[in-house]
Design a protein around this ligand. Structure first.
Ligand code: PMP
Length: 308
């Protein structure tokens, strides 16, 4: 039991009451659309990073999957802000849109979509309660995954944050964890590098420029978009282009980006050191810049913070 309160379809309910039936359509068919946001303590108060962009991405996911979302983006933005206000100490927000009805077949007869918004501290409210230990690492050992591919455009494009898109990657990442790696890099059908299961990937090339796989191959990460924009601020070029496994393995620096950690330097790939095996200077600069932005210390990027 936790005192956390969860927004469900315009009302607040207790954490333990935010449940669905075991036979619900979304649980059985993986049709749950979601988004995950970060909350930061800044000099001007508590802020959610790029709140509207995340809610807009949720709306895109619902559209791709065909979930009829009954709420306007503005309503969900306000609901997220209110949920954060009511849950002091929250570090993340998860917004889920799902079909709760019990269905006998694949296509739901009652496709009403229910939206849940939870704001919490993952370590305290979830991992601690599960009596588990967080696998959080600030620096990573990556494995290039060669059996499971990234999601295919002709099935569900990588732009949808829908539960079913994560099953293959979960299996592969779970196995990699048992082998001692922290995370995996997924390839596309042609063997090009794409992204990690829940993070985008960047490399730093020999001339100090950044490169990241193109937008059609990956989830359009909000952190990825932010880093692309911040690159010019720190005097670096950033290209969105195909990256081969070979180029990644030879890169002097590489890092993952995502809402939960921001920028994660990769120190090893397939057991071999990246560069000299330490956090590279460009990666460190990108990470510092991003951290300053989310803490509200970069006035030029203040508009990315939604104060609650
Ligand atoms: N790729 C995938 C497949 C993801 O699930 C995530 C996490 N949302 C990311 C990349 C990183 O996206 P963001 O920076 O918006 O967290």
């Amino acid at each position: 039991m936790t005192a956390r309160t969860i927004w469900r379809d315009s009302e607040f309910i207790a954490w333990d009451d935010a449940t669905v039936h075991v036979l619900s359509q979304s649980l059985q068919r993986g049709s749950l659309a979601f988004d995950y946001l970060s909350v930061h303590a800044t000099g001007r108060g508590i802020a959610v990073f790029r709140l509207r962009d995340h809610v807009e991405r949720l709306a895109v996911t619902c559209e791709i999957v065909g979930l009829p979302l009954d709420y306007a983006v503005d309503e969900l933005v306000d609901a997220c802000a209110e949920t954060v206000r009511r849950n002091p100490g929250a570090k993340s927000v998860k917004i889920s849109a799902l079909i709760p009805s019990i269905e006998a077949e694949l296509v739901p007869q009652d496709p009403r979509v229910s939206v849940f918004i939870a704001a919490y501290d993952g370590d305290r409210d979830i991992i601690g309660r599960n009596r588990g230990r967080s696998h959080r690492r600030t620096e990573l050992s990556l494995k290039i995954e060669r059996e499971k591919r990234n999601r295919r455009d002709d099935i569900i494009p990588p732009h949808a944050k829908v539960a079913a898109n994560y099953t293959a990657a979960m299996t592969a990442k779970w196995r990699a964890r048992q082998e001692g790696f922290d995370d995996i890099v997924l390839l596309d059908e042609d063997g090009w590098v794409t992204e990690a299961p829940t993070a985008n990937l960047f490399l730093v090339d020999a001339s100090g420029g950044l490169a990241t796989p193109p937008a059609n191959k990956v989830l359009l990460g909000i952190t990825r978009a932010s880093i692309i924009e911040l690159a010019s601020r720190i005097g670096r070029r950033c290209e969105e282009r195909d990256i081969s496994v070979d180029e990644l393995r030879r890169a002097p620096e590489a890092f993952l980006t995502g809402t939960s950690e921001g920028v994660w330097p990769a120190l090893r790939i397939d057991g071999e050191p990246v560069g000299d095996g330490n956090v590279g200077s460009v990666t460190a600069r990108v990470r510092e810049t991003y951290r300053a932005v989310v803490r509200g210390e970069e006035p030029a990027f203040e508009h990315w913070l939604h104060y609650v």
